[in-house]
Design a binder for this molecule. Structure first.
Ligand SMILES: NC(=O)c1ccc[n+]([C@@H]2O[C@H](COP(=O)([O-])OP(=O)(O)OC[C@H]3O[C@@H](n4cnc5c(N)ncnc54)[C@H](OP(=O)(O)O)[C@@H]3O)[C@@H](O)[C@H]2O)c1
Length: 347
């Protein structure tokens, strides 16, 4: 029985996005999953290792020899979420394309690219939307889209968006005492914007759907989201779910960067590969494009398609707060973020 199982290689499988995809793929034993990671002893690697059908592979997903060795291990399907935020736009474009080529060399049958949409491109290249960690993934998606849809290696694109779980980490509210009462303050430079946001468990289900249905998903760019989230709905939902008072404070980008959202906003992104690259944006530049995108609601979704594919999907930020037991307290979401925080602590 087990020899008929297909094997999926997950690159980025230990991340916030990869973990629910791997969990979903292995929940009923249908797939074996190999997870490529630089650290086999990290908390997510150990958690995934305990799942039936999961094999943890030691290696760097941005290394030619490591990739060949990972793809040589009888891989049928690839789920690839490169970390553009860690390696920067230029390296993400290179490695996204290169990983596709290596997968094809090794006879992979289906390649799933975890994508983000470029608001810069969607807006007709208006510079205020330029966001390197969106644009690199989109350029790879565009290159993949130019490959044959029914070639030896089928491909699908899973275009996601900000995770709802970010409300527990980078978007979490801070308590303030107002008139003797604790009020949770959700601050963001988002105005009346309504960005698409996704519940990570549903992202895992959409990933599985693409992999389960190559006959429907080959050549498809599936753009997912839970809903277009307005911050007024966030505070309303928060109060209804928790019974606690909450306020949305719309702030300027200058206030946002001054608030310590990023400790060094004028350094360049791409922390993993070094910062001395002229092509890299600074955190300030990157996240200016990011927040301008959300404030002006540049990216939209077709929710009828999403309802059809996943009728049981979570449909609102309030519903997500209910089922996840959201309290506004801090929770670890991004592996990169906890790795950086623990490095800081160790220094
Ligand atoms: N935050 C959001 O709301 C959001 C939403 C959609 C898409 N994204 C995109 O998703 C990507 C990040 O994935 P994630 O959200 O799952 O983040 P994450 O939780 O921080 O996970 C980072 C992943 O990247 C892997 N990685 C490999 N080489 C790395 C390197 N040199 N430096 C840092 N990490 C490396 C890590 O693997 P090991 O450490 O195990 O090797 C881990 O699997 C980014 O491109 C980001 O733009 C983010």
């Amino acid at each position: 029985m087990s020899s008929q199982k297909q094997t999926v290689l997950a690159i980025g499988g230990t991340g916030a996005q990869g973990v629910p995809v791997v969990q979903e793929l292995t929940r009923d034993g249908k797939y074996n999953v190999h997870v490529l990671t630089r650290s086999t002893k990290s908390a997510p690697a150990l958690e995934l290792a305990s799942l039936p059908g999961v094999t943890i592979f030691s290696g760097d997903g941005y290394d030619e020899a490591n990739l060949h060795s990972a793809f040589s291990a009888g891989i049928d399907i690839a789920f690839v979420n490169t970390n553009g935020f860690a390696i920067g736009e230029k390296a993400e474009i290179y490695w996204g394309i290169r990983i596709f080529e290596i997968a094809a060399e090794h006879g992979v049958k289906h390649f799933v690219w975890a994508n983000l949409e470029s608001s810069y491109k969607v807006s007709g290249y208006q510079p205020r939307f330029r966001t390197g960690h969106f644009d690199g993934k989109q350029k790879v998606a565009d290159w993949i889209s130019a490959q044959p849809k029914d070639g030896q290696m089928k491909w699908s694109i899973l275009t996601s968006c900000m995770y709802l779980e970010m409300f527990s980490e980078l978007l979490r509210p801070s308590p303030e005492i107002i008139d003797g009462e604790e009020v949770m303050i959700f601050k963001a430079p988002v105005g009346k914007g309504r960005p698409p946001m996704i519940f990570l468990e549903d992202l895992g289900r959409y990933g599985r759907w693409l992999i389960d249905h190559p006959e429907k998903s080959a050549g498809l760019n599936l753009k997912i989201s839970t809903e277009q989230v307005g911050w007024d709905d966030v505070v309303k939902g928060f109060t209804e779910v928790t019974g606690k008072k909450a306020i949305f404070k719309d702030i300027t980008l200058d206030e946002y960067f001054a608030s310590g959202a990023f400790p060094f906003p004028d350094t360049k992104v791409g922390h993993s590969l070094g910062h001395d690259d002229e092509t890299l944006q600074t955190y300030r530049e990157n996240f200016t494009g990011f927040w301008n995108t959300w404030k002006e609601s540049v990216l939209l979704r077709d929710y009828a398609v999403l309802d059809e594919i996943l009728p049981t999907r979570v449909k609102s930020v309030k519903e997500w707060m209910q089922i996840s037991g959201y309290t506004g307290k801090h929770g670890n979401v991004l592996k990169d973020y906890s790795d950086a925080t623990s490095k800081h602590r160790a220094v």
